[in-house]
Ligand binder design. Structure first.
Ligand SMILES: Cc1cc2nc3c(=O)[nH]c(=O)nc-3n(C[C@H](O)[C@H](O)[C@H](O)COP(=O)(O)O)c2cc1C
Length: 308
């Protein structure tokens, strides 16, 4: 059975979200942290420290994700992560954000295959403290033109697993995943291959594995925020009930308020509702109220309208 991964989602799948998902539903084999950029001069920034604090990830299989185009900075960070007890690290070659891409990081690196080779040559010339997996897109602008060359590069290095978000950078998160380009990877990839992109329910997962039975893993992001019980369900457990979703939401809300206070929590919850709201296609008014709310009372009243 292919393993199940929770995708990294900046501002959404931080450690509190991961802990609470695990406590309420489980079914996740591995959780990935949102990307962390190496910082020169200090070990970790505050947010990074919180994400990586071993006590915040106790009992969960957590893989930190690193975003950089500098192999030496990556190596230094891997060393620090190994000291904290992490057993695997993931490299981000997929982030489409303009500021990231401009610095040739994330999916910006995919435009520079020679640079990628130099990066991997340097990285894998050193003794690494743990396995290194890669999360990638299919290219920058055009998968048919770019993907075979990019995959050929990945195939030459001892990457522990390749996680493919089946889109190019210019798709951002829109359109539909390019399953033909993914099928090419399935045929040609020499390392364990994980699929990522638009898995929304157990039926999507089953159809994917019917077409690609030898996948090492399936990674789910937005679908798991819309339905945090998706992993339990795919793993053979029961379908999340409305009462379970309400309990999950209430725990998440309280944990966020304890850490960030109400104002920042409302901001975070609006992000979550950007996905959770998909469960309620006919509730535009209540969803609008959530997105406009400014006080805890307004938020809780609007959320209760949807969650019951
Ligand atoms: C708000 C948001 C934040 C994301 N942050 C990250 C990130 O930090 N690292 C990463 O590799 N991918 C990130 N992604 C991409 C997801 O991990 C995933 O590849 C993408 O959403 C497609 O999978 P899905 O359709 O299952 O959501 C992010 C996506 C979204 C929507």
């Amino acid at each position: 059975m292919a393993r199940l991964y929770l995708a990294p989602m900046e501002e959404v799948t931080g450690y509190l979200f991961r802990q609470i998902l695990e406590r309420h539903f489980g079914g996740v084999d591995t959780y990935f942290t949102p990307f962390l950029s190496p910082v020169t001069g200090c070990a970790f920034k505050t947010r990074q420290g919180r994400e990586l604090d071993p006590s915040h990830n106790a009992g969960l299989n957590v893989v930190p994700q690193v975003l950089t185009d500098d192999a030496d900075a990556a190596l230094e960070m891997f060393g620090l992560l190994a000291e904290l007890g992490y057993k695997e690290v993931n490299l981000n070659f997929g982030c489409p954000s303009g500021t990231v891409v401009k610095k040739r990081r994330g999916s910006g690196f995919l435009r520079d295959p020679e640079g990628m080779e130099r990066f991997f040559d340097r990285l894998f010339s050193q003794e690494l403290p743990m396995p290194v997996s890669v999360k990638t897109r299919l290219g920058y602008a055009n998968a048919a033109e770019e993907w075979p060359r990019i995959l050929e590069i990945y195939n030459r290095y001892p990457i522990s697993e390749l996680i493919v978000h089946a889109r190019v950078r210019e798709d951002w998160y829109g359109g539909t995943p390019d399953m033909d380009a993914f099928a090419y990877a399935y045929e040609s990839c020499k390392v364990p291959l994980c699929y990522n992109g638009d898995i929304r329910n157990a039926a999507d997962h089953a159809a994917l594995l019917e077409r690609f039975p030898k996948l090492s893993a399936v990674m789910i992001g937005r679908g798991a925020v819309t339905n945090p019980g998706i992993f339990r369900e795919i793993a053979g457990g029961s379908v999340m009930t409305a009462a379970e979703l309400k309990d999950f939401h209430d725990d998440l809300y309280r944990a966020y308020v304890n850490l960030w206070g109400v104002k920042n929590t409302l901001f975070k919850m609006k992000e979550v509702w950007g996905y959770l709201g998909d469960r309620y296609p006919d509730a535009d008014r209540a969803k609008k109220r959530i997105h406009k709310c400014r006080t805890e009372a307004e938020y809780l009243a609007a959320a209760a309208e949807l969650l019951g």
